[in-house]
Design a protein around this ligand. Structure first.
Ligand code: AMP
Ligand code: ZN
Length: 147
């Protein structure tokens, strides 16, 4: 069955990179993904792992595509440890505008990290009441989470 992709109404910048219409610094590509350096990196080596087909968010991705992206993220992080002497890395994905997604084409950021590199990805922790945590977990658990 043909995978369901969400056709963008406006030209999508990552689709244009996939097609080669816009230049990018490509690290790797195969039939499913393309990986290139972020044009406005948090750190040198900040990479984006982008699906070749246009999907918007993680929930739109077929499982095998997401698995492929995740396994590649692991390989890329290992490569960054050796090639860039990264001491750590952030692997993250913004999904939808409210969560900071600027380009509505599914992608994973892999950011090499170093001690005192000054990058701040942290949120302000809130106090959580045990009853609130239990209620929240119960709400989520009502949905099928496996299979
Ligand atoms: P997000 O906020 O998760 O949607 O991240 C989008 C990322 O894409 C940002 O970090 C941008 O710097 C990056 N970006 C946007 N346009 C380009 C481009 N033409 N080439 C490489 N990276 C880009
Ligand atoms: Zn796209």
């Amino acid at each position: 069955m043909e995978e369901k992709t969400t056709a963008p109404h406006t030209p999508c910048i990552f689709c244009r990179i996939v097609k080669g219409e816009i230049p990018s610094t490509i690290i790797y590509e195969d039939n499913t993904l393309i990986c290139f350096l972020d044009i406005a990196p948090a750190n040198t080596g900040h990479s984006l792992i982008v699906t070749k087909k246009h999907f918007e968010t993680v929930t739109d991705l077929p499982d095998d595509t997401l698995q492929h992206l995740a396994v590649f993220a692991k390989k890329l992080a290992k490569a960054m440890s050796f090639a860039l002497a990264a001491e750590g890395f952030n692997v993250l994905m913004n999904n939808r505008k409210v969560a900071g997604q600027l380009v509505p084409h599914a992608h994973i950021h892999v950011i090499p990290r170093y001690a005192r590199d000054g990058i701040d990805l942290n949120w302000r922790p809130r106090k959580a009441l045990p009853a609130l945590l239990r209620d929240c977990a119960d709400k989520i658990k009502r949905f099928k989470l496996t299979g």
